[in-house]
Design a protein around this ligand. Structure first.
Ligand code: FES
Length: 136
């Protein structure tokens, strides 16, 4: 199971593969939005462009789902490492910075540490035991 390291908040959250990054952050009570997004956001439709995250590190190079067409359009003037959390599904362990447009400079040591610290694979679900055979 993937682990999402939220660099700004200093926490790690285990989730199922395919979890929506915005929903995960909100379920954990993390502040995903800057002031504009707090005052009003699209609820995850990819229209308000307020749920930015910056990908700091990925366990296997592509820990989030590919950019959507909405992201390609909405993020064309933003750094290539930025994503819209509402459009990104977690596929493997990843470190992200929420609200990268706010106070990034003051977090430089946490960002560097997050880049250097290996991302865990996360817990592995036990496989179901095979059904008992009728033959003895
Ligand atoms: S919540 Fe509006 S673009 Fe992500």
């Amino acid at each position: 199971m993937p682990v999402v390291r939220f660099v700004r908040e200093g926490c790690e959250v285990v989730c199922s593969e395919g979890t929506n990054l915005r929903e995960l952050a909100l379920a954990e009570g993390l502040q995903l939005y800057g002031l504009k997004g707090q005052l009003g956001n699209c609820g995850g439709c990819g229209q308000c462009i307020t749920c930015f995250v910056e990908v700091i590190a990925e366990r296997n190079g592509s820990a989030l789902s590919e950019r959507t067409a909405v992201e390609d359009q909405k993020l064309r003037r933003r750094p290539s490492s930025w994503r819209l959390a509402c459009q990104a599904l977690v596929l493997d362990s990843v470190a992200v910075l929420t609200r990268p447009q706010v106070g990034r400079e003051s977090l430089s040591s946490q960002i560097e540490q997050a880049r250097l610290e290996p991302l865990p694979k996360g817990p592995v679900l036990a496989e179901e035991e095979p059904p008992l055979s009728d033959e003895l």
